[in-house]
Design a protein around this ligand. Structure first.
Ligand SMILES: [Zn+2]
Length: 190
């Protein structure tokens, strides 16, 4: 997986990722298990595409870019971000370019978390031991600007709207086939 670009926007940070061959289902499943072991909070996440199965099962079969989204969210939460940070992954079927948007509370923490997430995913998919992220998370947390200039990003009513969007608006300009929204648990559906 290669990071093609990062865009820091008013309300979010966008990451454009190129994902190569995703690996066999066995590789994906063992990579997901290795990542869960290092970041057990992932088990509490929820997804708009989750359906009935457990998030842990979703992670074992999903696109690596989607895995990246949830890793970034979890690392940010471990680094002190509120659990209302949330994300979205969009892609076109058959294309290997993904856009991951993180509605973050702090851009520096978000980009630091993304860097660590990429390394962890790289290790997990290569079958290497996934590094213990705790020291890196502490360093990422120290990047935080206080007070946050992004108060609106964590405003609960707004976060609730972004978490559970209705069906896409007619004429939605985003030319995408798949869109999913991820949040950090515990789930609090409206
Ligand atoms: Zn998700």
């Amino acid at each position: 997986m290669r990071l093609r670009c990062v865009r820091v926007l008013e309300d979010r940070v966008d990451f454009v990722l190129e994902v190569g061959a995703p690996g066999s289902s066995a590789v994906r499943a063992s990579a997901a298990a290795a990542l869960m072991e290092r970041l057990p909070g992932l088990a509490d996440h929820r997804c708009s595409t989750g359906g009935d199965h457990l998030f842990t099962e979703e992670l074992a079969v999903t696109e690596p870019a989607h895995l990246f989204e949830h890793l970034v969210l979890e690392i940010m939460a471990c680094a002190g971000s509120p659990r209302s940070v949330h994300g979205q992954t969009v892609w076109r079927k058959g294309d290997d370019v993904f856009r991951v948007s993180i509605y973050d509370d702090d851009d520096a923490v978000c980009v630091g978390a993304a860097r660590l997430a990429l390394r962890m995913i790289e290790d997990a998919f290569a079958g290497r031991t996934v590094r213990d992220p705790r020291d890196a998370i502490e360093r990422i947390g120290s990047l935080r600007a206080t007070p946050s200039r992004k108060r609106s990003a964590i405003d609960p009513p707004r976060a609730a709207v972004l978490r559970y969007p209705a069906t896409p608006e007619p004429g939605d300009p985003h030319d995408v086939d798949v869109r999913e929204e991820g949040v950090i648990g515990p789930a609090t559906p409206p």
